[in-house]
Ligand binder design. Structure first.
Ligand code: ADP
Length: 411
């Protein structure tokens, strides 16, 4: 890495998509120490289809978003198309200013507790985890291999969704099942969205004017996928997702917590196959299963029109959230803040109001005016008298990945 190499490309490779951001981590580029100035952002969707789409916004040049449609066969072609877009703005991957590529990797198991420079052994270990993350790790591996082929000389760093949760105590991470069976198949609670929980819990401490080591925070990451975490003094002590991202809160299309006997019942009595049950619980459950919509805006609109199914879906969603807020209050003993983040958490004021309604005895309250404010900044939504702060703290997983990547390669 040269002294002038301060840019990090962040890649989030899904099964049929690649999201990317190019950031400059040079403190002189504005925004303070390693604040991260975004030079370009974009997304390739529907990879492998006839109607693939690439949307690229060159923020550095202030240019307009450019969108192209047409077949992009695979991840290699997608990344080459991204590289061409970046080159067109003078930000090509061949630039000596590029310090590293940071990859979001969903499952790091127990081994990866921190961001890691990728070599053959690391890649093998990520591959070894495919059985516990069959939907995510293969796409992440493809993204890494493709990026390595384009810039074999450049450090590639894996930032794991599970890493922040590896501090969970054994009694929170283990399922109460036969230990030998669990260990033989690496069955335990790993948790996900860790990059977001790490970033948001730290930002919440900042909002309170405290060091992360001094505060206990409940983070509610409510996007299409949703998870809660209990963070004590900067360390995760419990989280709602488990072996896979299916456990926990009600999500856009996932059921969250469910009696595992429901799955036996679906197979034995309803005659469904393993794959049918998988699809049902991951894709046809949650809000979409309950009312046909998974977008909270649409659900709120239907509720305003008196739609009973949408109302019930909303109530089930809120009931589950409340249970986790209560549980994590008990786990933490003392809570300093509850922080809402991601698409729903940052934008849906009615969700925040309903989740905290009636929790005054636990020191929680929402100020209606503050809750109605729309802003991209971290902010409090609780009245001054509340013993526990309630906050909206926008997440920024790409910035967190870029910071962790840059810190590792510039150390
Ligand atoms: P992902 O898990 O896909 O990263 P996001 O964090 O982007 O998801 O959240 C997407 C969800 O956020 C949408 O499905 C929608 O329910 C919700 N959302 C986005 N904007 C709003 C809004 N203005 N009001 C209510 N909900 C919103």
């Amino acid at each position: 890495m040269t002294a002038t190499a301060t840019r990090v490309l962040v890649l989030n490779s899904g099964s049929s998509s690649v999201k990317y951001q190019l950031l400059d981590m040079n403190p002189d580029s504005g925004g303070g120490p390693a604040a991260g100035t975004r030079l370009a952002v974009g997304l390739v969707e529907r990879i492998g289809e006839e109607t693939s789409r690439l949307a690229h916004t060159p923020l550095a040049t202030g240019g307009d978003k450019r969108e192209t449609e047409g077949p992009i066969a695979d991840h290699e072609a997608a990344l080459k198309a991204v590289a061409a877009e970046l080159s067109a703005d003078g930000l090509g991957l061949d630039s000596p200013q590029l310090a590293a590529i940071g990859h979001r990797v969903v499952h790091g198991g127990l081994k990866f507790t921190a961001p890691t420079v990728i070599d053959d052994a690391v890649l093998q270990e990520i591959e070894r985890l495919v059985p516990v993350a069959p939907l995510h790790n293969p796409a992440n591996i493809t993204g890494i291999r493709t990026a390595q082929a384009l810039r074999p000389d450049l450090p590639q760093v894996a930032v794991f969704d599970t890493a922040f949760h590896t501090t969970m105590p054994e009694y929170a991470a283990r399922y109460a099942i036969d230990v030998a069976t669990a260990d033989a198949h690496r069955i335990r609670r790993y948790g996900f969205h860790g990059t977001s929980h790490a970033y948001v819990s730290r930002k919440t401490a900042e909002l309170l004017g405290k060091d992360p080591s001094e505060v206990n925070v409940i983070v509610l990451h409510l996007g299409n996928g949703a998870s809660a975490s209990a963070v004590a003094g900067g360390r995760c002590v419990d989280t709602s997702m488990g072996l896979t991202p299916l456990e926990g809160l009600v999500m856009g299309t996932r059921s969250g917590d469910i009696d595992p006997a429901v799955t036996f019942h679906l197979k034995r009595v309803a005659g469904m196959s393993e794959d049918d049950v998988d699809v049902l619980l991951n894709k046809k459950s949650g809000l979409v299963g309950l009312c046909g919509d998974n977008d909270m805006r649409e659900i709120r609109r239907r509720i305003d029109e008196g739609d009973e199914r949408a109302r019930l879906a909303f109530d089930i969603y809120i009931h589950r959230l409340k249970k986790y807020i209560g549980a994590y209050t008990a786990v933490l003993g003392r809570v300093d803040a509850v922080a809402f983040t991601a698409g729903v958490g940052e934008n849906a004021a009615p969700v925040r109001a309903a989740a905290l309604a009636g929790l005054e005895e636990m020191g929680l309250a929402v100020d209606a005016d503050l809750n109605a404010v729309r802003s991209g900044e971290p902010r409090l939504i609780s009245p001054e008298y509340a013993r526990v702060a309630a906050a909206v703290v926008p997440t920024d997983e790409e910035l967190e990945i870029a910071q962790q990547t840059y810190a590792l390669v510039s150390a």
